[in-house]
Design a protein around this ligand. Structure first.
Ligand code: SME
Length: 165
């Protein structure tokens, strides 16, 4: 049984170092991409303070993301590439750190409580194939250290999982 260990989040660098170690341990020996996405979102939602949503969207085609495993309230299923924060991340090929979603034109509100958002890309040798999305009810919740930490967690998820058809 895997038991997530509470970690002190006052030192973000140390916090993400510990979380990286916990995610590696959690995914070790399992290649199923859906099971690993489910457990990755559960670990993040349990461990990262002040979130109201954490989960995955995967590209179903070049034009559209489809909802994957997540924690939080039920969410929008399909997001067009170029739309919302998630679709914009794919379109621009970069992580998106949105301090206040009310200031982001085209933000898609799945949960009215969300006030800030961090979206990082899932990338393998063939390019971007999805995103990992975190929402918080607190404006300005995420900073560059959170972005770097969550990008590392996304990379661990990708490396641990198999995406062959
Ligand atoms: N806010 C996102 C939509 C997904 S939910 O946050 C879960 C967006 O604008 O793309």
């Amino acid at each position: 049984m895997f038991a997530a260990k509470t970690i002190d989040s006052s030192d973000k660098a140390a916090f993400y170092r510990d979380l990286v170690a916990q995610l590696k341990a959690l995914l070790e020996g399992e290649r199923d991409s859906i099971a690993n996405a489910a457990n990755t979102s559960a670990l993040i939602f349990q461990m990262v303070p002040d979130l109201n949503w954490a989960g995955f969207y995967f590209l179903a085609s070049d034009e559209e993301l489809v909802l994957g495993p997540f924690q939080g309230k039920p969410a929008c299923v399909r997001i067009a590439v170029g739309k919302g924060v998630c679709g914009t991340a794919v379109d621009l090929d970069m992580s998106m750190l949105v301090k206040d979603v009310h200031d982001f034109p085209g933000h898609i509100a799945c949960d009215a409580d969300s006030r800030s958002e961090l979206v990082v890309l899932l990338r393998d040798n063939d390019g971007v194939f999805g995103v990992l999305d975190l929402d918080s009810p607190t404006p300005g919740r995420f900073d560059k250290e959170d972005q770097a930490g969550i990008e590392k967690l996304a990379a661990i998820y990708v490396a641990a999982s198999s995406f062959e058809d």
